[in-house]
Design a protein around this ligand. Structure first.
Ligand code: CMC
Length: 424
């Protein structure tokens, strides 16, 4: 085993080096404090590996993303979302029988308990659907056994995957004041979601194949992304032995932020702002370069991808096709393309390796599909659930598992005396 040497205040410390299947190298500092009383400081965990994981591989420099070894481009071309769910959670692609059985379970667990519908009455019409999704997912733990038995956990995984889309669609229906549409057992996972969002009791609704296919693509592309903010949240919460629903509800909250999954909603809001301002995207490009402005180009930049985000490349192509198939002429797409072109030639963005990320083009597609802006991050969340589940499960089975508990460097007041002032 190779080792790394650290010289700390003149003392040499030897630390083990771990190497992954793709030759990524890590210095195992887990014994550092015991050996030296020192810790490592890494705000935002940019250099910290928190686990060994066999689920997803990313090479940010080369723009590589693989789920369980399969390149994202190949999965995007030919896999259904339910297959990818199975792959991520079970570690291998399902046989036809396994897939049929898995789909059957996902279909037959789609309905939510009728009593849970009453929760929707309590939410405001203007409630953000991410708030509804996270609280309803957490509330699933009040309806189903949350024991540590494998059988209960396996069934809860199915329940979560199956019911989350129903909750998402009901949240949308609530926001527009329409009656809920129940899931239909003859529809696929993606078609069911579209049916529950867009069908109304007064009309026959046929799920358009183009919407079904592009929704499938979007969910496949979002299904996992190794140790991102929301997945790390799920792992951290899960590390305390919190149940699956509670852990995933926390992940949904983490995803909501505008620097993470919430960026897709913010991209459209930003493009609209540019459009309403006469289409002058260069003004906003300059603003994004001014660190004092507090403004960032939403949908640009990534902690890991320093070349291109392979998901964005796939979605850029898909956006053109979907808009043409749906005969949508969206001026925001034009602004997005001009903005991307200008940013990619601009020294500020080139030097910092800031490229369009997955959220840059997904918003344009959701918009063309007729999905309202505040539902964008909800669709991202539905796509990411299998990834969260796979990580939560992997963590539970990890023999090295410990409760997640980072340390800190204290920079507050040194000890000082408390002088009572006899206040009431
Ligand atoms: N616009 C303008 N400047 C940027 C941007 C941006 N979108 N992103 C990063 N920078 C600058 C940043 O100001 C810093 O400049 P300097 O070195 O002069 O201080 C430099 O680039 C490095 O940025 P950072 O904040 O240290 O990078 P990070 O790895 O901590 O953050 C990020 C990554 C994705 C949060 C960030 O790029 C960002 O805020 N992007 C916009 C939000 C966004 O699109 N998020 C979606 C991410 S992909 C999907 C997902 O994860 O959910």
């Amino acid at each position: 085993m190779s080792t790394a040497k650290l010289i700390l205040e003149g003392r040499e410390l030897e630390l083990p080096v771990v190497v992954g299947t793709e030759n990524e190298t890590g210095i195992d500092i887990s014994s550092l404090r015991a050996k030296s009383m020192a810790i490592t400081l890494d705000p935002g965990y940019g250099n910290t590996g928190a686990c060994r994981s066999a689920i997803t591989f990313i090479d940010g420099e080369k723009g590589i993303l693989r789920y369980r070894g399969y390149p994202i481009e190949e999965l995007a071309r030919g896999a259904r979302f339910t297959e990818v769910c199975y792959l991520l959670i079970h570690g291998h692609l399902p046989s036809q029988d396994e897939l049929d059985g898995f789909r059957h379970l996902l279909t037959y667990h789609s309905m939510i308990h009728e009593d849970m519908k009453k929760f929707f009455e309590g939410y405001s019409h203007s409630a953000h659907p991410m708030a509804i999704l996270s609280s309803m997912v957490s509330a699933l733990s009040t309806y189903y056994p949350i024991t540590a038995s494998d059988a209960d956990i396996d069934l809860n995984i199915i329940r979560l995957l199956a019911k989350a889309k129903t909750i998402a669609a009901f949240a949308y229906k609530k926001s527009i004041g329409q009656p809920f549409s129940y899931p239909k057992n003859d529809l696929s996972y993606t078609a069911n979601l579209l049916h529950m969002m867009f069908s109304v009791p007064t009309e026959q609704y046929e799920v358009p194949a183009v919407l079904d296919d592009v929704l499938n693509l979007l969910l496949v592309l979002h299904a996992d992304h190794e140790q991102n903010c929301s997945t790390s949240t799920v792992r951290l919460v899960g590390s305390s032995d919190a149940n699956l629903f509670a852990s995933v509800a926390a992940g949904i909250c983490a995803l909501w932020g505008r620097l993470h999954g919430g960026a897709n909603q913010n991209v459209i809001e930003m493009l609209k702002m540019m459009h309403d301002d006469g289409g002058d995207f260069r003004k906003y490009l300059d603003k994004a370069k001014d660190s004092g402005s507090g403004f960032r180009l939403m949908g640009f930049g990534h902690r890991v991808y320093k070349n291109f985000d392979p998901r964005a490349t796939i979605l850029k192509e898909a956006a053109d096709k979907v808009l043409s198939d749906l005969h949508v002429d969206d001026p925001l797409l034009e602004i997005a393309k001009n903005l991307e072109e200008a940013a990619l030639e601009d020294d500020y963005f080139v030097e910092r390796k800031l490229y369009p990320n997955v959220d840059f083009y997904s918003g344009i597609i959701y918009r063309a599909m007729g999905i309202p802006t505040d539902m964008f991050t909800v669709i991202f969340a539905l796509g990411r659930i299998p990834g969260w589940v796979a990580h939560w499960k992997e963590l539970r089975q990890d023999p090295d598992r410990r409760i997640g508990r980072p340390r800190q460097i204290y920079v507050g007041e040194p000890q000082r005396a408390f002088v009572p002032m006899n206040r009431r």
